[in-house]
Design a protein around this ligand. Structure first.
Ligand code: AMP
Length: 281
């Protein structure tokens, strides 16, 4: 496995592979890799000839007062994970490499970034869209892999790639959970033992909402109430939002008539957890 730190070197690598007709898969990450990231890497390994994993804690997607400086950074163990998964290139740029002096572009995906995470984390999705556009420009992947765990992010990346004709296929992979149902996240390590015990309540609420739909409930406000009541059983948890949305536009629905997605975000102390569940018609 090659570790590349410079943008120019990554560009040269991908140019060379394109000339050879090699299919490139890109897995963008912020590191502190867990089984969720590994699942994306494995999907990429299975469907592409060459796999590049990027490892970059992107300052532009962190808001003021968020955890940019304390976000876990573990290059050595992340590199070992990537090596073990057969990754070809690990791209580890510095902040200056990604955003050199004079960098003046910011990519905003209107509409899809307005609600939910976008509303609670101003600027977050502009940071995400900008870094994804930049990474696609450098690695020129045929396929880029994202996790369904960040449902709104995946929808937004699809829109970005389509709108800017980036020529990349977006593959969205299922959420990997621990045995209690909690979606794996690099931020779960911030949880205290008590918060850790409370964390499964979010997925439990989504499942309760899902079960209500299966039982024939169509009113979004009733489904939201079911989810809210589940969260209320856990005194440590504070709801940020629980919504019933159209899975493509992420606009809230008042009634379920086709496919829908249940989106949820809670706070356990200072830690935010997000999760979602698709409801198929
Ligand atoms: P991050 O390092 O948190 O920016 O995540 C990098 C990629 O891994 C994103 O596409 C995430 O959606 C995806 N991801 C994170 N956690 C999970 C998970 N538990 N299951 C599947 N994909 C995940």
């Amino acid at each position: 496995m090659r570790i590349i730190r410079s943008s120019r070197t990554l560009s040269a690598w991908s140019r060379h592979l394109h000339r050879e007709g090699v299919v490139i898969g890109l897995v963008p990450t912020m590191g502190a890799l867990h089984a969720g990231h590994r699942a994306l890497i494995r999907r990429a390994r299975l469907s592409c000839d060459a796999v590049v994993v990027s490892l970059f804690v992107n300052p532009r997607q962190f808001g003021l007062g968020e955890d940019y400086s304390r976000y876990p950074r573990r290059l050595r163990s992340d590199a070992a994970v990537c090596q073990g998964e057969g990754v070809d290139v690990l791209f580890v740029p510095t902040r200056e490499e990604m955003y050199p002096p004079g960098f003046g572009t910011s990519v905003a995906v209107q509409g899809l970034s307005r609600r939910w995470e976008g509303e609670r984390r101003p600027g977050h999705f502009e940071g995400v869209a900008t870094v994804v556009a930049k990474l696609c420009g450098l690695a020129r992947p045929h396929v880029a892999f994202f996790g369904r765990k960040d449902f709104q992010q995946a929808a937004l990346v699809r829109r970005l790639v389509e709108d800017l004709s980036l020529g990349v296929r977006v593959a969205v992979c299922p959420t990997v959970r621990d045995k209690n149902g909690v979606a794996l996240s690099s931020r779960n390590q911030y949880l205290t033992p008590a918060q850790r015990r409370a964390a499964p309540v979010l997925y439990a609420a989504l499942r309760a909402g899902h079960a209500a739909v299966r039982a024939g409930v169509r009113s979004a406000s009733r489904i939201r109430r079911v989810m809210r009541d589940t969260i209320a059983t856990e005194p440590l948890a504070r709801v940020e939002y629980l919504s019933v949305c159209d899975p493509d536009t992420l606009e809230p629905r008042s009634r379920i008539t086709g496919d829908a997605v249940l989106l949820g975000a809670i706070r356990l102390g200072r830690v935010r957890l997000i999760d979602n569940l698709l409801v198929k018609k």
